[in-house]
Design a protein around this ligand. Structure first.
Ligand code: G3I
Length: 385
């Protein structure tokens, strides 16, 4: 494995001490325990404190042996990048395509991984038949509500018992100060804010054992003002007072070196946790400016320090909070990252380079997890209930 060549001696020694413990613990989360990850892998190093290290996966990329090997060896949780979104699972009204999600669930079971389901209610990546039906008036608001209820019920039922955490609702808050639920959001504008609570209730009815998350970006202080976190915190408190079955808050964790690290992150995660919620970093990446989208070499050499630094700080924020049960990177290789396609001139956002060699961010994560095994609070796997 290429990543082992770069593995530091110090971390290797510490990992060797941990081998016995991690071998016993690495697979215990999902009960099978047959897959044995390398002792210096991210998943093995995180196992002693009960933290799951995850990645977004593009299921068809698992056909590539290097990609599949890293996915299995390094991660104890997987999230489909697109394959559980409505646009993909019901491209034609009434005809489901679960193939991508099923493939990933099957891979996860073979590799003793837990699955984060992503995502049930979002304004983006909706099927054309749905959005065009709404705009041409053939789908009324009553129809739309019924269709959403059916979508959530059918999808959660299809994957029932196989999903650890569901991102039930994704990206509903404005980026303004003060922030709040976006009145112009597709779902909110047609069905009102109450649809969020209903979505959680419908998901819970279909799989009472899945952990149900609200997921958004910039909700752990990344906006600088903390306005978005304040709004989500106030909203989720109201939801809990109304006994809405919401189990966790996911902060996506899309950072950019040009903005610096959000110093509020640990405190924000902690205050969600103090409400009795699980928390998770669900889509971590740290982008920076690069020479081109193919090679993704940072244009400012200081970015090669800032990028792993911010990755490490984000992981440490999660490690410091006992209720932070998973830390998921949004894809592990720069060649598969969404960043160059969405942010002009930026890239280098993941923990492996374009040739799937581990980058400094990967090594920093190894070191953080090695040290965490000696002192970070141990968390339940979160799948015990
Ligand atoms: O599948 C088609 C392909 O047939 C076509 O040839 C190609 C041409 O553009 O597009 C392909 O679809 C792309 C799809 O990803 C699958 O690769 C879409 O254009 C592209 O827009 C889509 O991007 C996804 C993005 O969500 C859409 O908003 C990214 O892969 C995915 O990583 C990203 O994930 C989101 C999370 O769900 C929520 N948080 C933000 C995060 C990043 O945007």
């Amino acid at each position: 494995m290429r990543h082992r060549r770069l593995f530091t001696i110090g971390a290797a020694l510490a990992a060797a001490i941990l081998v016995g413990a991690t071998a016993a613990l690495a697979g215990s989360g999902s009960g099978h325990g047959q897959f044995r990850p390398p002792p210096d892998s991210l998943r093995a190093l995180a196992a002693p404190i009960g933290l799951r290290i995850g990645t977004a996966v593009t299921p068809f990329e698992l056909d590539h042996p290097d990609y599949a090997q890293i996915t299995g060896d390094q991660f104890s949780s997987v999230t489909p990048g697109n394959e559980m979104k409505w646009q993909v699972v019901e491209p034609t009204r009434g005809t489901y395509d679960w193939s991508g999600g099923d493939r990933l669930v099957s891979f996860a079971q073979q590799h003793d991984q837990l699955v984060r389901g992503h995502t049930l209610v979002w304004h983006n990546q909706l099927p054309d038949w749905l959005t065009s039906g709404v705009s041409n008036g053939t789908i009324s608001n009553t129809d739309l509500r019924n269709l959403l209820h059916k979508h959530i019920t059918d999808e959660v039922t299809h994957f029932r018992g196989q999903i650890w955490q569901w991102d039930v609702a994704n990206e509903f808050f404005t980026d303004s100060n003060p922030s709040g639920i976006n009145p112009n959001d597709f779902w909110i504008s047609h069905l009102g804010t109450g649809v969020l609570a209903d979505a959680f209730r419908w998901a819970h009815a279909a799989d009472p054992h899945a952990l149900l998350f609200f997921n958004d970006y910039n909700i752990a202080g990344e906006d600088g003002s903390n306005a978005k976190s304040d709004a989500v915190y106030a909203w989720v408190k109201t939801m809990l007072a109304q006994h809405v079955p919401i189990d966790g808050i996911g902060d996506q964790g899309h950072l950019d070196t040009q903005y610096g690290f959000p110093t509020q992150m640990t405190a924000d995660l902690q205050r969600y946790a103090k409400l009795g919620l699980k928390v998770a970093i669900t889509e971590a990446d740290v982008r920076t400016f690069v020479n081109n989208a193919t090679d993704q070499v940072p244009t400012d050499h200081l970015a090669t320090f800032a990028q792993p630094y911010e990755f490490s700080k984000m992981l440490k924020a999660c490690l410091a909070v006992q209720s932070c049960i998973s830390f998921t990177v949004w894809g592990f290789g720069d060649a598969n990252s969404w960043i160059p396609g969405f942010f002009t001139g930026e890239g280098y956002a993941t923990i492996y380079d374009v040739n799937l060699n581990p980058k400094p961010a990967y090594m920093d994560m190894q070191e953080d997890l090695t040290l965490a095994a000696r002192g970070a609070p141990r968390r339940g796997f979160g799948d015990e209930h």
